[in-house]
Design a protein around this ligand. Structure first.
Ligand code: HEC
Length: 139
């Protein structure tokens, strides 16, 4: 019996590398966690696309996009005139302290300071963005 269990355990150990999360799976886990966090922290104000009613601007394609450019959205002057691009670093600063980062914005303070939470939300936002297209637009 012990021998069979040991053999089974060895078998599992040998199988493990194949079942281990590769980089693609790891990224997917981050995206899924980010989607759940987005749902909890951002979705009530931000639709993920422009087909839905949204109090804040829709955030599809946000990563690499210039700030304040969704047509027909009534941005604050501060955001519209900011001239920034939503890089991951800018999104981090924004989630951490949006009204400190950009005084005059009309987005209420969210204060997400946990870097891991920020990472997950950025992974999700990246998954709904065409980053390459946005970056080439900025040049
Ligand atoms: C209470 C509502 C509310 C919540 C919650 C909220 N936002 Fe916002 N967000 C807004 C509003 C309103 C604006 C427009 C701000 C302005 O014009 O100054 C905005 C603007 C933004 C912008 C700039 C978009 C652009 O087109 O330039 C980003 C990026 C953003 N929010 C990200 C987030 C993220 C990420 C979360 C969740 C962590 C979040 N927001 C949570 C209301 C909200």
């Amino acid at each position: 019996m012990t021998r069979i269990l040991t053999a089974a355990a060895l078998g599992l150990t040998m199988l493990a590398p194949a079942a281990q999360a590769g980089p693609a799976t790891f990224e997917q886990v981050k995206i899924d966690a980010g989607a759940a966090l987005y749902e909890a922290e951002c979705r009530r104000c931000h639709a993920p696309d422009s087909d839905h009613e949204s109090y804040g601007p829709p955030l599809n394609n946000i990563v690499g996009r210039a700030a304040g450019i969704v047509e027909d959205y009534d941005y604050s002057i501060a955001l519209e005139a900011s001239g920034i691009v939503w890089t991951p670093a800018a999104l981090r600063a924004w989630m951490e302290d949006n009204d400190g980062f950009m005084p005059g914005t009309k987005m209420r303070h969210v204060g997400i300071e946990d870097r891991t939470v920020q990472d997950f939300i950025i992974a999700y936002l990246t998954s709904i963005s065409d980053v390459e297209m946005n970056q080439s637009l900025d040049k």
